[in-house]
Design a protein around this ligand. Structure first.
Ligand SMILES: Nc1ncnc2c1ncn2[C@@H]1O[C@H](COP(=O)(O)OP(=O)(O)OP(=O)(O)O)[C@@H](O)[C@H]1O
Ligand SMILES: [Mg+2]
Length: 349
């Protein structure tokens, strides 16, 4: 666990970049620092590995004051990933990844084996190992940056806007990759971003900072969206806060109609008066609306969020969403009425 206890950073010119910050980044979790440019995110991050020293207050790493740990020892247990990866341009990818193991005095073969293993872990083709950074795409370079930070298997990972220099599609896949990696590795991650969507997607807890380095709110994404602490947080979350909040509402209580599901071998007898009939194949998969050559949208019932169910409904001209199970078999139809009901409930709750 990383604990900030009343930490202030005053730069030599007197500027206060971080003001009396207290928060805890839990072990094995992703804590996101988010806020507008200049609000002190990078300063906060760098005080953890002492690239910057705090002026006042304490930062504890599993209870130990980081000021009492010498920086090289401290940094051995802390991986650091920055924007545009920050790779060494004249070193091959494999040697970039093996940087820390070399520093730790591992023999060359062991360090390179470890690097190759990590390249695979972060989803890179091992063939790229012999290339130089300029021969890789931005997204690939970022993956190398993550692999390099993980090389010595540090328990803590600091990530400073690691995905902000890539296009939105690559960015989404890097985020998914990070979540997948984290589910295997359970690192204590402090992740900095100025993108609230990224914060909400990745963070177990999110700290919203305002300019002047003051903590505006520290909460789980769901709480942030449902109970923003003040106008600044509300504004920062944006106008689509309501819709985004639905990402955290379960579909398990969504009322389903099974009478609107018919089998392809015995087509529906009567057209339902209050909804389209969904025809399913013999193995239970959705085929289409009976008698209507129009698209349909599915969501996984009980697993996907209400937002996903609404998305599915919007894909269908009838405004109905097709509920399927984990195997893709239809379990029922969420009608417009059922979705309205669930929305009303979400608005109350
Ligand atoms: N060495 C320094 N001396 C004086 N002021 C500094 C110094 N380094 C940073 N600052 C100021 O401290 C504030 C916080 O900077 P910091 O880099 O932590 O912000 P940030 O939230 O990471 O911003 P960005 O999103 O733009 O990266 C800024 O106003 C910056 O100008
Ligand atoms: Mg920064």
């Amino acid at each position: 666990m990383i604990t900030f206890d009343a930490v202030t950073k005053r730069y030599p010119d007197g500027f206060v970049a971080v003001d009396n910050l207290s928060l805890e980044a839990e072990t094995g979790r992703i804590t996101v620092l988010v806020g507008p440019s200049g609000c002190g995110k990078t300063t906060t991050l760098r005080m953890i590995n002492r690239m910057i020293d705090a002026s006042e207050g304490q930062i504890l790493l599993d209870g130990a004051d980081v000021k009492k740990i010498d920086p090289p020892t401290l940094r051995r247990g802390i991986g650091y990933v920055i924007q545009q990866a920050g790779l060494f341009p004249h070193r091959k990818i494999v040697d970039n990844v093996a940087t820390v193991p070399y520093l730790l005095g591992w023999d060359k073969k062991k360090a390179r084996d470890r690097a190759m293993e990590l390249l695979e872990r972060v989803g890179l083709d091992p063939k790229l190992a012999q290339r130089y950074p300029f021969q890789l795409s931005g997204g690939q370079q970022q993956r190398v940056g993550v692999a390099r930070a993980l090389a010595a298997d540090p328990p803590v990972l600091l990530m400073d806007e690691p995905f902000s220099a890539v296009d939105p599609i690559v960015r989404t896949s890097l985020q998914d990759e990070l979540l997948r990696l984290q589910s295997e590795l359970n690192k204590t991650i402090v992740f900095v971003t100025h993108d609230i969507d990224e914060a909400i997607k990745l963070g177990d807890r999110v700290a919203v900072l305002r300019v002047g380095g003051k903590l505006a709110q520290f909460a789980a994404p769901k709480t942030l969206l449902s109970e923003p602490a003040d106008d600044f947080v509300r504004e920062f979350l944006g106008k689509d806060r309501g819709i985004r909040r639905l990402s955290f509402v379960s579909t398990e209580h969504l009322r389903l109609r099974t009478d609107l599901v018919v089998s392809s071998s015995s087509p529906g007898t009567a057209a339902a008066s209050d909804g389209l009939l969904m025809v399913v194949s013999e193995d239970g998969r959705p085929v289409g609306w009976q008698g209507r050559d129009e698209p349909f949208g599915t969501y996984v019932h009980g697993k996907d969020s209400l937002r996903a169910a609404l998305d599915a409904a919007l894909l269908s001209p009838s405004g109905q969403a097709v509920a399927v199970d984990a195997e893709g078999k239809v379990v029922g139809i969420a009608t417009r009425e059922a979705l309205d009901e669930a929305l009303a409930e979400a608005a109350d709750g």
